[in-house]
Design a protein around this ligand. Structure first.
Ligand code: ADP
Ligand code: MG
Ligand code: MG
Length: 215
């Protein structure tokens, strides 16, 4: 795809809802090592609620898809991940505006707004062993790929999302040796070292789902 459309964004949310449902046990296993063993069920419940909301009231604009998703996460997930992923989608939706398409440049601006919002809400920086460790390099890689693209209208969106997905996976892996400084895992102190962060894992999956649907 050369740009996001309303059906494509819905497809992203549906695909990711399926992916987190399939990965729920794995995400919860990661969270049982350094948290309270609910990240899989939180993500599964939140995104199932988003899919239900999108089915009940078919979205007219790109902003509708993303804001409905964000609101569903905020209202159905009590854990840290609900407001954080909720903020991500609400900010992305605000950047999408009232159009029925979102091009590569606008999506990039939305990713920046989303990252800023999640950082403001959670107060985590890169290296704190959170989903920020996957999201930040993903946004940077997206920018770099888009800046290199000869013609932003061509395959720029697909290429930039593919680069973002690779960077998110590397960022996810980078969390393993870190000591957590935010969220529940931080309560463990040094005992959080040696475990992959659950939220960074689900964030890497979010980009992988975007890559899958836009390809
Ligand atoms: P909870 O910790 O409330 O049970 P989840 O288990 O659903 O919520 O989500 C845990 C994930 O949320 C962590 O693995 C981490 O990536 C992310 N997280 C927690 N606190 C923060 C924060 N302050 N900033 C960014 N991400 C955070
Ligand atoms: Mg948890
Ligand atoms: Mg919890």
């Amino acid at each position: 795809a050369t740009e996001w459309t309303v059906p494509l964004l819905v497809d992203w949310i549906r695909t990711y809802a399926d992916d987190v449902a399939a990965a729920a046990d794995d995400l919860t296993a990661l969270d049982s090592a350094i948290g309270d063993a609910d990240h899989g069920s939180n993500m599964k419940r939140g995104f199932a609620a988003a899919v239900t909301a999108l089915d009940e009231k078919p979205p007219a604009t790109c902003a509708d898809v993303l804001k409905t998703t964000g609101m569903s996460l905020v209202s159905h997930v009590g854990g840290a991940s609900g407001p954080l992923y909720g903020t991500f989608f609400l900010r992305l939706g605000a950047a999408a505006g009232t159009e029925t398409t979102v091009d590569a440049t606008t999506f990039g601006a939305g990713l920046h707004a989303a990252l800023d919002g999640v950082r403001a809400r959670g107060k985590a920086e890169v290296g704190d062993k959170t989903l920020i460790d996957a999201l930040t390099p993903a946004v940077e890689a997206y920018d770099a790929a888009l800046a290199k693209a000869a013609d932003p209208s061509d395959d720029a969106l697909v290429d930039a999302i593919a680069e973002a997905t690779k960077a998110a996976a590397i960022g996810r892996d980078s969390t393993t040796p870190l000591q957590a400084r935010r969220g529940r895992a931080s309560y463990l102190g040094e005992r959080s070292v040696g475990h992959q962060d659950p939220g960074a894992t689900s964030m890497a999956l979010l980009f992988a789902a975007a890559e899958q649907v836009t390809r």
